[in-house]
Design a protein around this ligand. Structure first.
Ligand code: UGA
Length: 433
């Protein structure tokens, strides 16, 4: 059992802190945002993540998990301090480290003995060393401490499973002693451990996300070519994925990647490369393909209807993927803006992301939490997120409710024969019509 302070109760901090409590540690999650902490102390969760509310309640009741804005005291009481604050994309595309710097300063000011300071936020190579300098200067070198880079690999929507059953823990440490402490902390997870230095751990996180993003853009490019030559990308991907060197995952063609990680991390990696004097052409292409992939939906709409002015469009799914209310860099935002600018009116469905969507979508659209109300009296339905309610859409009912039986499926969720039998005009991604 270790005493942990986790600074930052966003996605990463809250899930990691809760899971560390679940395996028996004493965890204090802290944040400067009083309203967030008040919410958490009432058992409410500021984000939508399946199973998190129950796990927070269980560990709070067991006395292993608490929430506070008193970051100083939490740091003083802890043996291990996790930095899990946001590293948003700055105007220039680099990771903005102002929150990391502020936490490092607070840690330095409250250092009262040896501590392991762990960075969980995704940060550019060199940030661990920067944190070390800030802590040393803010503490006047009064105590020893170590820095560890321990990036997280959880996915929104399956964050608890991804943490409790993690495939590996990466530990980049400034000393053997610190690496040992963090390795021991992870022993209940029974996971593979990669021990290395700070820089390699920081690089590894960007490389992993950029590689997954590359897989997605690659299959999306293949899908676009499939459409031109009459091939079916789902079969191409199935056959590719059976090669164990390639693997079947992350080969689903669609409207491109969104969310708080891939768009931000690919751009940040490009900047890391540029600052190091390297022209990372491949990642530039990955980013470009991803932007273009959103535009393909609008092109398909124009190919069918010509003029979009006055068109009634329904959009099923706003969140960047199912099981989350996260709207950051969601393809739906760009697609809805593009079609409303051309004069179409939009009815949009999402089971949980509507409030977040309203913060991002500036166009005057109407929102629904029922798929059938959404598609009623629309000329075309665009599928952007594969929510269970969308996957189980009753096509016969949909055909009766819609003005025209036209589907643009950005997630390839229906079988080609099924939609054809039901009499739909169906445009999916990288499959024959
Ligand atoms: C991603 C990584 O998968 C995590 O390992 C990592 O920890 C996390 O970023 C992070 O850096 O914090 P996440 O952004 O939650 O997790 O979502 P993913 O499930 O990876 O999906 C990302 C995007 O790719 C979604 O828009 C999804 O629709 C898209 N995608 C994914 C595809 O278009 N095709 C695929 O085959 C897979």
């Amino acid at each position: 059992m270790k005493r942990l302070a986790v600074v930052g109760t966003g996605y990463v901090g809250l899930v990691s802190g809760t899971c560390f409590a679940e395996i028996g540690n004493q965890v204090t999650c802290c944040d400067i945002d009083q309203s967030k902490i008040d919410l958490l102390n009432k058992g409410e969760i500021p984000i939508y993540e399946p199973g998190l509310k129950e796990l927070v309640a269980k560990n709070s009741e067991a006395g292993r998990l608490s929430f506070t804005t008193d970051i100083g005291t939490a740091i003083q009481d802890a043996e291990v301090v996790y930095i899990a604050v946001g590293t948003p994309m700055s105007e220039t595309g680099e990771a903005d480290l102002k929150y990391v710097r502020a936490v490092a300063q607070t840690i330095g000011e409250n250092l009262n003995g040896y501590k392991v300071i762990v960075n969980k936020s995704t940060v550019p190579v060199g940030t661990g060393k920067m944190v070390e300098e800030i802590v040393r200067s803010a503490s006047n070198g009064a105590y020893e401490f170590d820095i560890v880079s321990n990036p997280e690999f959880l996915r929104e929507g399956s964050a608890i499973k991804d943490t409790m059953q993690m495939e590996r823990a990466v530990i980049g440490a400034t000393s053997e002693k610190a690496a040992g402490i963090i390795e021991e902390l992870h022993s209940p997870f029974q996971t593979a451990i990669v021990k290395t230095n700070l820089e390699s751990a920081e690089m590894l996180k960007y490389a992993a996300n950029a590689f997954l993003a590359t897989k997605i853009s690659f299959i999306n490019d293949i899908a676009n070519i499939c459409e031109l030559v009459g091939a079916d990308v789902t079969k191409v991907a199935e056959g590719m994925g059976l090669d164990s060197r390639i693997g079947p995952k992350f080969l689903n063609a669609g409207v491109g990647f969104g969310g708080s990680c891939f768009p931000k991390d690919t751009t940040a990696l490009l900047h890391i490369a540029e600052s190091a004097g390297y022209d990372f052409e491949l990642i530039k292409a990955v980013i470009k393909t991803n932007i273009r992939q959103r535009e393909t939906v609008v092109h398909k709409l124009k190919n069918i209807f010509g003029d979009l002015n006055g068109l009634n469009v329904s959009v099923l799914g706003l969140a960047f993927k199912p099981n989350t209310d996260d709207m950051r860099y969601a393809p739906s935002v760009d697609i809805i803006h593009a079609i409303t600018e051309e004069g179409a009116s939009v009815k949009a469905y999402d089971p949980v992301a509507i409030e977040e969507a309203k913060k991002q979508i500036t166009a005057p659209i109407s929102y629904y939490t029922d798929v059938y109300e959404t598609i009623q009296n629309t000329d075309v339905c665009i599928i952007l997120t594969e929510w269970p309610e969308v996957l189980s859409l009753d096509l016969n009912k949909a055909k009766e409710l819609m003005n025209k039986a036209i589907l643009i499926d950005g997630r390839n969720i229906f079988s080609l024969t099924d939609v054809k039998e039901k009499g739909f005009i169906y445009h999916s991604v990288g499959r024959p019509q």
